[in-house]
Design a protein around this ligand. Structure first.
Ligand code: F0G
Length: 453
């Protein structure tokens, strides 16, 4: 594995450095860093050779080739030795067709790239394999993150695999039990702080300046390098024909930034002939990026007090907002917001495809509907939704939705009646054949309603 010629490039003042400060901010202007490598742009890489070598590695059993991230290592920062690499065979996620949603939206070629099929159930694993590898190489014994749940689950798993200790800072009462339980099982020191995600991240930034811990939030540019591979793998699955649109949820805005970076690099190297439009969808109650684009023309961050049941994206002060604005503008994409009811409906629809996802991922389908209404997406275009987390990540949301309790006592309660055709509540019956036959008969009648949804 050739050891890297990569550098850290400040997105604000353009300064280049070999080694970043512990908070991963530019030592001159305080802005975020991104990783660049001259060989990714200079024509040193031949697109046809890359496609062929990446394809060949799919039949290899070497640990690095079995990873859907490291398989694309020519476009990743190279660690000093393969021995440092911490991998759980991440990536390799499926690209599904969505026939029911295709029918209901009118978009004929509609796909879901399901990052929830990663080892810990979210897209975070693709970034974590790279960033945890560099933490280990740098000789740290502690890694740390602030999280709405998925980052902490992923970090804890990779730390455990790599023999590192992990510190998790999460907002008390605002992350799903499922994600919290993962961090516990993987052995993290888990602190539930009486604040929100933004408060946890602020504290972490102070902590890394005081203590020798390596931060694994998406401010860490190694994370974004790993998350680029989602786009490489997606394009490979589409035989290198770029879709017209890629639609992704937005929280702290690391993932959209990573996907956008990958698209631009692929275009520069000649792996794809043109750029898909990258659009980012947020919950109405956590719409900092949408407001930043609409009210400030993308020039400064408009932060918000975040509130949404899609807790993964309950973020009001996204760290990577500027990177996200840059890639949305470079690809000609859009920022859009969707309501709590629209998220709940879209999640049920993705569930009814036999796929499922967590609430934050469902903003993509709800956002697609909005973008179609505005004429930004056309029915004859090819659209890929990025599903970021697994259905099993937030069972409380799913149960409350199907029982009809999700919006009880909230301002959305009256309007939520329109969601009843999408609900499949459990029924409690006497243990008799008669009772089950009656239930079957009843379901036959209501099913005809559901199939029209
Ligand atoms: N979808 C899911 C399931 C997430 O967990 C997150 C972020 C996002 C979308 C948004 O991605 O932050 O890169 O814009 N989760 C982080 C966490 C914040 O701590 O797990 P983003």
């Amino acid at each position: 594995m050739p050891s890297g010629a990569f550098r850290f490039h400040c997105i604000g003042c353009g300064a280049l450095s070999h080694a970043p400060a512990q908070d991963f901010r530019c030592s001159q202007c305080g802005n975020l860093l991104e990783i660049t490598d001259p060989s990714w742009r200079s024509g040193k890489l031949c697109a046809a050779d890359l496609k062929s070598v990446w394809h060949q590695r799919r039949s290899s059993n070497l640990p690095l080739d079995l990873s859907g991230v490291w398989r694309f290592r020519e476009l990743l920062p190279a660690p000093q030795s393969e021995r440092h690499v911490i991998t759980l065979r991440e990536g390799n996620t499926p690209l599904y067709e969505l026939p029911r949603s295709s029918h209901s939206t009118g978009v004929r070629r509609l796909f879901a790239k399901h990052q929830g099929m990663n080892p810990t159930g979210s897209f975070k694993d693709a970034g974590m394999t790279v960033a945890s590898t560099f933490a280990k190489q740098a000789g740290y014994s502690w890694v740390a993150c602030a999280s709405t749940g998925n980052t902490s689950a992923s970090m804890a798993a990779y730390a455990a695999r790599g023999g590192l200790r992990s510190l998790v800072l999460v907002p008390e009462g605002k992350i799903s039990w499922s994600k919290l339980s993962q961090a516990l099982d993987y052995g993290a020191l888990t602190c539930q702080l009486r604040t929100d995600f933004d408060g946890c991240l602020r504290l972490l930034q102070e902590l890394v300046r005081r203590a020798p811990v390596y931060q694994l939030n998406s401010i860490n540019p190694f994370r974004l390098e790993g998350q680029k591979t989602l786009a490489f793998e997606l394009l490979e699955q589409l035989d290198w024909h770029p879709p017209d649109h890629i639609i992704v949820p937005g929280g702290n805005l690391g993932n959209s930034s990573a996907i956008g970076k990958a698209l631009l690099e692929m275009r520069d190297i000649g792996l794809i002939p043109g750029l898909p439009k990258l659009s980012v969808i947020q919950a109405e109650g956590a719409n900092a990026l949408v407001r930043t684009l609409r009210e400030a023309g993308g020039k400064h961050l408009v932060s918000v007090e975040a509130e949404t049941r899609a807790t993964a994206i309950r973020i009001g002060n996204p760290a990577s907002w500027q990177k996200a604005v840059n890639v949305i503008q470079a690809t000609g994409g859009a920022g859009e917001q969707v309501s709590e009811l629209e998220i709940a409906q879209a999640k049920a629809e993705i569930g009814a495809e036999g796929i499922g996802c967590e609430p934050a991922s469902a903003v993509t389908l709800a956002g697609l509907r909005k973008l179609l209404q505005h004429g930004f997406v056309k029915p004859d275009e090819t659209v890929v939704l990025v599903l970021t987390g697994n259905l099993l990540k937030d069972p409380d949301f799913t149960m409350e939705f199907h029982r009809g309790d999700l919006f009880r006592g909230t301002a959305h309660e009256p309007a939520s009646a329109m969601l009843s055709p999408f609900r499949h509540p459990p029924i409690i019956l006497d243990a008799t054949l008669d009772a089950v036959l009656k239930a079957l008969d009843q379901a036959e009648k209501t099913n005809s309603i559901n199939s029209n949804v």
